[in-house]
Design a protein around this ligand. Structure first.
Ligand SMILES: *[C@@H]1O[C@H](CO)[C@@H](O)[C@H](O)[C@H]1NC(C)=O
Ligand SMILES: *[C@@H]1O[C@H](CO)[C@@H](O)[C@H](O)[C@H]1NC(C)=O
Ligand SMILES: *[C@@H]1O[C@H](CO)[C@@H](O)[C@H](O)[C@H]1NC(C)=O
Length: 335
């Protein structure tokens, strides 16, 4: 999709350049100079047209788009869906936010945390996740060695500062936040706070998204209690999860959040819980993936894929261990 978009633009560019070149050949020197002059102006226009800039042509929030995407593409996450839509829409509508938007997404693997970040990016940036204003940091990839954290720290601070200087509507996604060095988390704290400006740079229009498994266990516990008492999953409300979630995040000494004051300073605007996914959700994810691949959605295939996955707890087999994560490779096998 991204490649095709780029290819189309490149084609358009070459077409215009070649047409101009053919015309230049048939003119006398004076006309040639004029044509080249026009060509240069045209070139600049084309460059601007092709090159992503930090303006409303490239960065424009589509509230309807986000709403439709969350409703139709995100599977089994009624709480997350509602919080994200409200939080992002409210923030993007505000021309003068007092601090950057900080979202902390929690839940077990494969429940849709990365996917939601992608949906947010796609409805703010024309280039979506490929935008040069969207930055993804994965702890184990970008900051793997605890001993090198002083280096990581200054590098990360420079990156955030440099990128927000380029575009105040920048988005930073931190994956595996639970594996991040607490000192590194502390080092980004100033950017999340209520400062008008830091060293002449305002961070108040940026978006920070933290992804982690932290609190996943407590969310699963609540979801399982609902299931055991025969209550509908859709009846789970944020307040059913909020207390146990923030306790788990705060008291878990294994997690990167531990000993950081992100939480007690209220720098995180929203803690967003992602529920564990059930059999029916895996079927839905598989059908959606088939559609995305241009295949005819097939319930039999979707059921085969879902039956292949491992569910827990052992006795009840309610929730998919890897959520919807491994269906992509399973689908390759069955189609
Ligand atoms: C916003 O999203 C809606 C729903 O996906 C879409 O129909 C519409 O064209 C989008 N608007 C813009 C300006 O991209
Ligand atoms: C922006 O962030 C990227 C990492 O995503 C980094 O490579 C780049 O150098 C940063 N840009 C500036 C101007 O700091
Ligand atoms: C982390 O917490 C567990 C129990 O909650 C405890 O047994 C362990 O000693 C703690 N580890 C550290 C490094 O504080």
């Amino acid at each position: 999709m991204f490649l095709t978009m780029k290819a189309t633009r490149l084609y358009l560019f070459l077409h215009i350049v070649l047409t101009a070149a053919v015309q230049v050949n048939t003119f006398d020197p004076i006309t040639t100079t004029v044509v080249i002059g026009i060509g240069a102006t045209l070139g600049r226009t084309i460059y601007n047209y092709l090159h992503e800039r930090c303006d409303s042509k490239w960065v424009a929030f589509n509230a309807t788009g986000l709403k439709v995407d969350l409703q139709s593409k995100l599977v089994g996450q009624h709480i997350a869906s509602r919080i994200i839509l409200k939080a992002v829409s409210g923030f993007m509508r505000n021309d003068n936010p007092k601090k950057p938007l900080v979202l902390s997404l929690h839940g077990w693997t494969g429940t849709g945390k990365n996917f939601v970040s992608k949906l947010i990016a796609e409805n703010i940036y024309r280039e979506g996740m490929e935008s040069s204003f969207v930055h993804v940091f994965t702890s184990t990839l970008h900051f793997p060695h605890p001993s090198e954290y002083p280096t990581y720290k200054s590098r990360l601070q420079q990156w955030i500062k440099g990128n927000v200087t380029n575009c105040e509507r920048s988005m930073f996604i931190f994956d595996e936040m639970d594996k991040m060095h607490p000192g590194l988390i502390d080092s980004i704290k100033p950017y999340l706070d209520y400062y008008d400006k830091l060293d002449g740079v305002s961070y108040r229009k940026a978006i920070f998204i933290f992804l982690s498994n932290t609190g996943g266990d407590s969310i699963i516990k609540t979801a399982l209690e609902f299931w055991k008492t025969g209550r509908n999953r859709d009846e789970i409300e944020l307040k059913d999860l909020e207390t146990s979630l923030s306790l788990a995040v705060f008291n878990n000494n294994q997690s990167g959040f531990y000993r950081t004051s992100l939480i007690d300073k209220n720098l995180v605007d929203f803690f967003v819980p992602f529920l564990p996914l059930e059999y029916q959700h895996v079927v839905q994810c598989t059908l959606a993936e088939m559609e995305a691949r241009g295949l005819k959605p097939n319930k039999d295939v979707a059921n085969k894929v879902a039956k292949d996955l491992v569910f827990f707890p052992k006795s009840e087999r309610v929730f998919s261990v890897k959520g919807c994560k491994t269906i992509v490779s399973k689908l390759d096998y069955y189609t």
